[in-house]
Design a protein around this ligand. Structure first.
Ligand SMILES: [Zn+2]
Length: 71
């Protein structure tokens, strides 16, 4: 326990960041700009691509990851 899980972009494969278990993050991939929702679950990581390579009109900018809380 106490280990960090590494997250890779499911679209382009770039290594993004590490996170703790039982948490949820939203993040833009800095390489392909896909908007990702990352869930750290008991047996691994679930990554959902919310917006793939959609830069125009999305209102999403930057590479900042946003913690959504760990319930
Ligand atoms: Zn990517």
């Amino acid at each position: 326990m106490g280990g960090k899980l590494r997250v890779n972009c499911p679209v382009c494969g770039r290594s993004l960041f590490k996170g703790s278990k039982n948490s949820e993050l939203e993040c833009n991939c800095p390489k392909c700009n896909s908007y990702l929702t990352v869930n750290f679950v008991a047996n691994g990581i679930s990554v959902i691509v919310k917006e793939e390579n959609k830069l125009t009109g999305s209102g999403i900018s930057g590479e900042e990851c946003k913690a959504l809380g760990n319930g």
